[in-house]
Design a protein around this ligand. Structure first.
Ligand code: AMP
Length: 169
């Protein structure tokens, strides 16, 4: 949601790996998603590389749900010569587990079963959270934003942080 709002407001491109995977309608991939596990990295290399290149006339790209593992983060940083983009910043939306559970219960997507949700939390801790530290070590600004509140409130907070850092005027 926040990615969509930013893209719309500033004319940027949002690329969501979850959406790309859902659109692929591949039974093997759908099975992995329904368990709340990460889809193997080799599925992304080609698709993400092409999607990023496809947006070369756009000022900024918002990668929504990517990278979710160290392998993906290293690929994104190290493949810069191929896809031509530097990572400008990492926006981390901080939301309590309670609030996330309540949002997921309202959303009710097919992969929002209690088992898949538990697995996604575990995967986030083990595989995705280390990416924050990795980006910081690479000198990439990590922007923490309070993600609780209404969509518009969170959006304004994100824009305020991006403005402070000169990403938007
Ligand atoms: P999302 O739409 O971002 O909630 O993603 C839904 C599901 O798609 C995740 O639980 C994963 O199974 C898969 N997925 C999305 N993005 C990635 C990614 N970057 N790496 C691996 N799996 C992903």
């Amino acid at each position: 949601m926040q990615g969509e709002k930013l893209a719309e407001r500033f004319g940027w491109r949002r690329l969501s790996t979850g959406e790309l995977l859902r659109e692929a309608k591949d039974p093997a991939i759908t099975a992995i998603m329904q368990k709340g596990e990460l889809v193997p990295h080799d599925v992304f290399e080609c698709v993400m590389g092409e999607a990023i290149l496809g947006a070369k006339d756009i000022e900024r790209i918002i990668l929504d749900g990517f990278p979710r593992s160290m392998e993906q983060a290293e690929w994104l940083v190290k493949s810069r010569p191929e896809h031509g983009r530097a990572v400008g910043s990492l926006i981390v939306l901080d939301v309590s587990k309670e609030e996330l559970l309540s949002r997921l219960s309202l959303r009710g997507r097919v992969d929002d079963t209690p088992e898949a949700i538990d697995q996604r939390f575990a995967v986030y801790e083990h595989e995705s959270r280390p990416v924050i530290e990795y980006f910081a070590q690479q000198g990439i600004p990590v922007i923490h934003v309070n993600g609780e509140g209404t969509i518009d409130e969170v959006h304004e907070r994100v824009v305020e942080e991006l403005t402070k850092r000169g990403f938007v005027k």
